[in-house]
Design a protein around this ligand. Structure first.
Ligand code: AMP
Length: 270
């Protein structure tokens, strides 16, 4: 495994004409990330994993400061997985080229996380843009856990780059909590609450699938979840899973959730 601290070096030493799979992450790796890496290893000849906590996608300074950092442990996981290349760039190198750094979202895209975390996806797209301008992987692997992000990156990449996108399903723990680097910041009691919420919404989803009129009960679910101590919903919405519009039927919807578990903001979709 070769660890590159600079994209310049990576570009000099790696042949991006080869069949390379790219897995961008912010580190604190868990089984969700690992499933992306394993997919890349299955499909591609070489796998590149980046670990970069992208400051421009954090709209709150404290969130950036508290974001978990576990580089040593991450490197060990990546070695064990026999990843070929790891990239741990620094902020200056990524954002040196300032004129390319700013990206705007369309008005229609300003929903859910884009609405509640102003600047967040602009930061996500900026870093993806910087990466893909500097090196051109054949494939990129992204998780459905961040579903809105996945659709926005798909749309962004489509007319700009030839990179092919693979989406990987959400990995959950045995209690149905979606794995997230932020879960490290929760204690077992907090996790129990997240598990209750995930199970409630998974059940609700299968009920709506059988009887779409039950979508009208969404507000009762909001009240039920908000009644849990130290839990506060930011949004709970049902949308079309192809285009995120509110025009959906029992076969093409997803339920999207963002909530605070104490001070930790979590997202999921079902
Ligand atoms: P992050 O490190 O949170 O930026 O995530 C890096 C990539 O891993 C993104 O494409 C995420 O969607 C994906 N990911 C994060 N959590 C999970 C999960 N529980 N299951 C599948 N993919 C995930």
């Amino acid at each position: 495994m070769i660890i590159f601290k600079s994209i310049n070096k990576l570009n000099k030493e790696v042949n991006f004409k080869a069949n390379i799979g790219f897995v961008p992450t912010m580190g604190s790796l868990h089984k969700g990330h690992i499933s992306l890496i394993k997919s890349s290893k299955r499909i591609c000849n070489k796998t590149l994993v980046s670990i970069f906590i992208n400051p421009t996608q954090f709209n709150k300074k404290r969130d950036l400061k508290n974001y978990p950092r576990n580089l040593k442990k991450d490197i060990n996981i990546l070695k064990r997985l026999k990843v070929d290349y790891v990239l741990t760039p620094n902020v200056n190198e990524i954002y040196r080229d300032k004129k390319n750094a700013k990206i705007k979202l369309s008005k229609n895209d300003k929903i859910m996380c884009a609405l509640y975390r102003p600047g967040h996806f602009e930061g996500v797209l900026a870093v993806i843009n910087q990466f893909l301008q500097k090196f051109r992987p054949k494939h990129i692997f992204l998780g459905e856990k961040d579903y809105q992000q996945l659709l926005l990156i798909k749309k962004f990449i489509k007319n700009r780059f030839k990179t092919n996108i693979f989406s990987c399903s959400t990995i959950r723990d045995k209690n149905k909590v979606a794995l997230s680097s932020r879960n490290i910041l929760l204690n077992s009691n907090d996790i129990k609450k997240s598990s209750f919420i995930a199970n409630l919404l998974l059940k609700y989803k299968s009920k709506i699938k059988k009887n779409i009129s039950l979508k009208k009960n969404l507000n009762d679910i909001v009240i039920k979840i908000n009644n849990i101590k130290n839990i506060k919903i930011e949004y709970l919405e049902i949308r079309n899973k192809k285009n995120l519009s509110k025009n959906y039927n029992k076969n093409n919807f997803k339920i999207f959730l963002a909530y605070y578990n104490k001070k930790i903001r979590l997202i999921d979709n079902y």
